[in-house]
Design a protein around this ligand. Sequence first.
Ligand code: FAD
Length: 400
Amino acid sequence: MHFQPDPMLDSFRQEIRQFLRQHLPADLPRRQDGMRSPRADLVRWQRVLNDHGRGAPYWAQEHGGTGWSVAQRLAFDEECAAAGTPSLDAFAHKLVGPVINHFATDAQKAEHLPHIFNGTRLWCQGFSEPGSGSDLASLRTRADRDGDHYVVNGQKIWTSYAHQADWIFLLVRTDPQAKKQAGISFLLVDMKSPGITVRPIISIDGCHHLNETFFDNVRVPAANLVGVENEGWKLTKFLLNNEHATTADLPTLRRFMAQLHALAASSRAGGMALAERHEFLLRLARCEAELKAIAVMVQRVAAMEQDHSPAAHAMGSILKIRGTELQQRMSEFLVQTLGDHGAVAYPDPHAPAACGRAALPMEQAARGVATEMFFRRATTIYGGTSEVQRSIIARSLFRF
Ligand SMILES: Cc1cc2nc3c(=O)[nH]c(=O)nc-3n(C[C@H](O)[C@H](O)[C@H](O)COP(=O)(O)OP(=O)(O)OC[C@H]3O[C@@H](n4cnc5c(N)ncnc54)[C@H](O)[C@@H]3O)c2cc1C
């Protein structure tokens, strides 16, 4: 594989930049953090994209998507991040949407897909349970058939944005006698169904992303089962085996690097400009070298994913470990670079400044940085912990 600039990809990037200049509404808040955007911004941006034929940027044309290559999708994400667009509903676009496209009935597609395109239905993921995270197949939430309904009982945990979601895609045990993976089914559930309780979990960053979600005799139409009863594990593997090239979150790493450069240019330490301090420059150079290596690896994994290479999975795991560890290191570096201001946690980057006066430049630069450093601790846990990724890599050594 050649790591030369691709003129076709460069012209695609220009096209996206032009699109963003023209269509990203001036009054839509620009994102300067890696958190999910507030619902109103996210929905508004989804509608703008949909109005211009980009409502499903990651899907094939046959599913109403843009049909972009993996490299184009990555370039789209990078350009959006650089322009500060609101986020998309990743649960809809990257997780349940592809499952609906590949496995759902026509009636289920007609019910759900238009809402994903219009941003009128946000989703959350009900997989993890207390005691069933890495070992997902041990899950115990039950769905018992009662006529043309399932009755769901149990508990999910770490359900990101369940408090904002309209629907949840849920893994449930429909055959308690069968061996672990064999008795699991995949259900789509309206979050307004009686018997669902969502309780907040405030994470170490002081924000509310996470929840516990309880199901107490929740009646779900049997028509909401996706695929075949007891064969939900097949859909789960399909869902989890996606997007290997994005696991490092390159746009976030690039944003951290830009923040570090900006701070270096404006800060002083020990009577010297930070940008002149040897230790600082050495540390920055190390991060830059790693970032470059990750960017090359992202291209490599994107090419593998495009070719449906079986090695893409293990390479995605390597990328996830390297990318998330660098995210943690760079976000810590940012907090340290802020000096005294770094010690101040500004809990919610979306909330207006607490004090009545305008923020000083350093306060402005520090806003949300400590919060995000805390948030990045979770990156080596969600999407499969680093230990689990290392097992995937180790197992692949025997295969290739
Ligand atoms: C910010 C955040 C958002 C999340 N969002 C969602 C969501 O929206 N929906 C959802 O369903 N889940 C979500 N999760 C849950 C996430 O998928 C789980 O936290 C993750 O799978 C790990 O499971 P666990 O927390 O139960 O830890 P455990 O699986 O109990 O792991 C505990 C420790 O043991 C290690 N370990 C476990 N098994 C092995 C093994 N076989 N070999 C070596 N080491 C092992 C782990 O690496 C970890 O260090 C989220 C988690 C976080 C942190």
